[in-house]
Write a protein that binds this ligand. Structure first.
Ligand code: CA
Length: 224
């Protein structure tokens, strides 16, 4: 999935680019309006995230150009102003969503995924599985070999992430941003502790271990 980010504020742009890349997206970052529109019109994207206030050409003008060119990719606006007029104007011009700065990265990511899902019309799975472990997304329940496992909300979110990306080594920075909404290089052991607790509940009583530590890299869940 390829995402275009148009944001002139270097820190925010870099934060978005890095976070979205760590979440598995391919990201192009443009720093001004004219550049952003040029890239949006000449390349194919699954989603565009546009800041409203940009040098050269604002986000609304970029969106107008995108729609006039017949491109129907979902577009999300970012703005520092939670002005109702801005919101209405963006939606009138055909924006699909609107996020007011400052925002939590986890919220942005959730909305990005929703927009992309809407775009591809893929039906969301109702449960996630690995070997005899099952996570029921609707009932928020986890079982292994038919035995119910009680998890805290964070443990559930962590297990959900590991299951959704099973077989993939997930760096701590990605887990921190998606489950805890913490900074990428946060210097705490909260993740180690949570993974240890999750393992104790999910793996300890079973011979086949599903969650592994990959030294210096992160964690992976996979059926042996
Ligand atoms: Ca701006």
């Amino acid at each position: 999935m390829k995402i275009l980010v148009v944001e002139d504020e270097p820190k925010t742009g870099e934060y978005l680019r890095q976070g979205l890349m760590e979440a598995g997206f391919v990201v192009d970052l443009a720093r001004d309006g004219a550049d952003g529109q040029h890239i949006a019109l000449t390349q194919a994207y699954d989603l565009a995230i546009l800041d409203v206030m940009l040098p050269g050409m604002n986000g609304w003008e970029i969106l107008r150009g995108i729609r006039q060119a017949g491109k129907d990719m979902p577009v999300m606006f970012l703005t520092a102003k939670d002005d109702v007029d801005h919101r209405v104007r963006g939606l009138e011009l055909g924006a699909d969503d609107y996020l007011v700065k400052p925002f939590a990265f986890s919220e942005l990511l959730a909305r990005v995924r929703t927009l992309l899902r809407r775009g591809t019309k893929v039906k969301e799975a109702e449960s996630l599985r690995a070997a005899d472990l099952e996570l029921d997304l609707l009932r928020r329940r986890v079982t292994r070999a038919g035995h119910k496992i009680d998890l805290t909300a964070k443990e559930f979110a962590l297990l959900e992430l590991l299951l959704r990306r099973q077989g993939e080594v997930l760096p701590r920075s990605l887990i921190a941003s998606q489950v805890w909404d913490m900074n990428f290089d946060s210097d705490t052991n909260v993740i180690e502790v949570a993974v240890r607790r999750l393992r104790a509940k999910v793996d300890d009583a079973f011979e086949a271990k599903l969650i592994r530590t990959v030294r210096g890299m992160g964690y992976v869940l996979e059926a042996p």
